[in-house]
Design a protein around this ligand. Structure first.
Ligand SMILES: [Zn+2]
Length: 343
């Protein structure tokens, strides 16, 4: 079983790291998007038969601090990594209390790292107040838990109701937001909601995951005139593998609120790449395609390496200075965490 401790480089991985990434990734890294979880906290009785059962349950059933350190030791050799971590949002049925307890307990291993609490729209203000006092710096809502029952077309407040945003505002917390809807950040309703919620709850620090869920450049470019007006919105680059998307983000908002994230475990450690076509994007892996690859080296590398290559290409095209690259890899996230800790 390819657990993080047995994750190993192939010749393809070694070549990509040595030729493209070793000189790009700074020695200190703050990973703003990591999942700490136990597969046991997925309480769906049929979980073994789901696609997630094959991917997460069979391959990476435990993402604790040691596992994620082992993963980074292989993928980012000799880097010192701090993290903003939160549970894995298991669909159908999830032990929220157990998941949140686990992420807090594991994150305690590193005082520079921080934890976010997985929230369900049914949680009351009192539920949240009680749990955040244990040390969470914010919330991780997820579209799977939408009160509408529709994880695709739901709006932000369907899975993060306003009474919860009010708690985040009162304590100046982070909200790690994975946008829903087909056009994600280019969706008019999402943009209207971000503007309205941003002005109504001005102390919330929003992190829009996956370049605001823009896996190609058109959604982020289309949204940019609005995003540029929102001061408390940050972005992580996790699992975005197209340099055009990252470049569009950097061109639009600059480099000061863009943060490296890995989506580990498990996504960064999977072999494959997110690819876009038309107005769609999808995950291309070793097992979900039958491409004819006889004419070339057919080995796939880690999603994280494809993402880092995209970040490097974008940084080069933009002519980013070394200190700007360092800020994306650690300084920006450190600044965000410290400001939230200070309240
Ligand atoms: Zn994630």
């Amino acid at each position: 079983m390819p657990t993080p401790s047995t994750l190993a480089w192939t010749d393809v991985d070694r070549r990509i790291w040595e030729e493209e990434l070793e000189d790009f990734v700074p020695l200190t890294v703050f990973d703003a998007h990591t999942h700490l979880y136990l597969w046991d906290n997925n309480t769906d009785p049929h979980k073994a038969d789901t696609p997630m059962g094959e991917q997460v349950g069979a391959k990476f059933p435990c993402s604790d601090w040691a596992a994620i350190n082992a993963c980074d030791a292989t993928l980012l050799p000799d880097r010192r990594v701090h993290r903003l971590s939160f549970p894995y949002p298991f669909p159908v049925s999830c032990d929220f209390r157990g998941s949140n307890r686990f992420v807090l307990q594991e994150t305690a291993a590193d005082p520079s790292s921080a934890a976010l609490m997985l929230v369900h729209p049914s949680m009351t203000e009192d539920d949240l107040e009680t749990q955040i006092s244990q040390g969470f710096l914010g919330f991780k809502p997820y579209r799977f838990y939408s009160a509408t029952g529709d994880a695709v077309d739901c709006r932000i407040t369907d899975f993060l109701p306003e009474h919860q945003i009010g708690v985040a505002d009162r304590h100046s917390l982070i909200v790690m937001l994975h946008l829903s809807r087909r056009d994600a950040v280019a969706d008019r309703q999402n943009l209207d909601d971000l503007v309205r919620l941003g002005s109504r709850y001005p102390r919330v620090q929003w992190v829009l995951a996956h370049c605001a869920r823009s896996y190609s450049d058109w959604p982020i470019r289309r949204a940019m005139p609005v995003l540029r007006t929102l001061p408390n919105v940050w972005y992580d680059t996790s699992s975005v593998c197209e340099s055009d998307a990252i470049q569009a983000l950097l061109e639009g908002v600059g480099s000061e609120r863009v943060m490296y994230g890995s989506d580990n475990l498990p996504v960064g450690a999977f072999r494959g790449k997110y690819v876009s076509f038309g107005y769609a994007w999808a995950y291309l892996s070793e097992s979900n395609q039958s491409l004819d690859l006889l004419h070339c080296e057919a080995g796939m590398s880690f999603t994280l390496y494809e993402q880092l290559r995209a970040m490097r290409r974008a940084a080069r095209r933009m002519g980013l200075a070394a200190n700007q690259v360092e800020a994306i890899f650690s300084g920006n996230a450190t600044r965000l965490i410290q400001s939230v800790r200070r309240g």
